[in-house]
Design a protein around this ligand. Structure first.
Ligand code: NAD
Ligand code: WQD
Length: 338
């Protein structure tokens, strides 16, 4: 029996593939390489210490998926594949709905045909939207999202809930990630964004290495301890371990469950700059600019449900996250093209 990981060559999927292999799961990876590279697959196989089966396949391709299910005995799917750039989703909403929502519906249909009815899904804290106060808890209302990307996550959670209601044989765990950063301790795999990064940590890393001149801090007039935005940053390896526990749980339970994966602690943009400089002894020049549209002041999790249900909690510190991000960036200045 094996676990299918969709999007397993991407940032979070590659780290999860390694931790799942270490935990003793047999895995099969699918990816269309839209936002990842064959070199990531090569390195994750090297770190896992085995020849993990791989299919270059798109989740919208039903025939391609059927082939994977007929050639392997898949008992659950850990579903990462999707597009994730918030700004791009505003200009290309149909691509996001087609890929993320359409692709997930297609995947579920092929899973049901193959009688595989267990899924761990990559949802996001973004489903909590603008109106809930932190710490964010799973039972709070979702849906007041501000962009098409976030809406795809909200819609998929709703669809998966309907699937579980219609057929009690289904199990779905919607993992709501907060802000994943950091990289594998080996420095061999990490986040490799195309072009200029949108997210804070890859931007900081590229400033530190001199590829970008300085960080723009988006607003210092929020109602936070230093005026800059506060987020719940979580080490990608802790996140990966959360998936292993969620999968263990999905093997023994039925129905739909939403679970936060965060640390429960918020750090501001200036806190992160300082932590990065301290951990790595490199300067990160920055300037304060206006707020980024759509940003909220504060977003952090109540992580207690994950601890209660899964027996999981994040263990790596902000210093670990900064150190590992920098190790990845400095060892691989051009990402997987280095
Ligand atoms: P990523 O882009 O690095 O990985 C996604 C992978 O899916 C890529 O390798 C890409 O090539 C593949 N993919 C995309 N569309 C596909 C398709 N139609 N068929 C097959 N493969 C496809 O992103 P990531 O940061 O690893 O995120 C993984 C998941 O977690 C995504 O669903 C993302 O929305 C979600 N998520 C990410 C974050 C974050 O901050 N990184 C936060 C919350 C949720
Ligand atoms: C973090 C903080 C910025 C860049 C996004 C998605 C969310 C989820 C995770 C997928 C904020 C500030 C950033 C910069 C800055 N993804 N910042 N200068 O916006 O919390 O979440 O990624 O589901 O859906 O929206 O993450 O890393 O972009 O920003 O000052 O150049 O850093 O304003 O306070 P965000 P981020």
């Amino acid at each position: 029996m094996a676990i299918l990981i969709t999007g397993g060559c991407g940032y979070i999927g590659s780290h999860t593939a390694i931790e799942m292999t270490k935990a003793g799961y047999e895995i099969v990876i699918l990816d269309n390489f839209y936002n990842s590279k064959p070199e990531a697959l090569r390195r994750l196989r090297e770190l896992a210490g085995r020849e993990i089966p791989f299919y270059k396949c798109d989740i919208r391709d039903a025939e391609g998926l059927r082939r994977i299910f007929s050639e392997n005995s898949i008992e659950a799917v850990v579903h990462f594949a999707g597009l994730k750039a918030v700004g791009e989703s505003v200009s290309k909403p149909l691509e996001y709905y087609e890929n993320n929502v359409g692709g997930t519906v297609n995947l579920c249909q092929v899973m049901a045909e193959a009688d595989c009815k267990r899924m761990v899904f990559s949802s996001s804290a973004t489903v909590y939207g603008m109106n809930n106060p932190s710490p964010l808890r799973e039972e709070m209302p979702t849906g007041a999202v501000t962009n098409p990307y976030g809406r795809t996550k909200y819609i998929i959670e709703e669809i998966l809930g309907d699937v579980c209601k219609a057929d009690p044989e289904w199990t779905v765990i919607n993992l709501r990630y907060f802000n994943p950063i950091g990289a594998h301790e080996s420095g061999r795999i990490g986040e490799d964004p195309n072009g200029i990064p949108n997210n804070l940590m890859p931007y900081i890393s590229q400033v530190a290495i001199g590829k970008l001149e300085k960080l723009s801090v988006f607003g210092n007039d929020y109602d936070t301890h230093d005026g800059t935005g506060v987020r719940d940053y979580i080490h990608v390896v802790d996140l990966a371990l959360g998936h292993v526990r969620a999968l263990d749980y999905a093997m023994k339970h039925k129905g739909a469950e939403a679970i936060n994966l965060g640390t429960g602690t918020g750090y501001s943009v200036l806190d992160i700059i300082k932590a990065f400089e301290d951990a790595n002894s490199v300067p990160v020049p920055y300037q304060i600019v206006g707020r980024r549209p759509g940003d909220i002041a504060v977003c952090y999790s109540d992580p207690s449900k994950a601890e209660r249900l899964l027996g999981w909690k994040a263990e790596r510190t902000i210093r670990d996250m900064c150190r590992d991000s920098w190790r990845w960036q400095s060892n691989n200045p051009n990402g997987f093209d280095s």
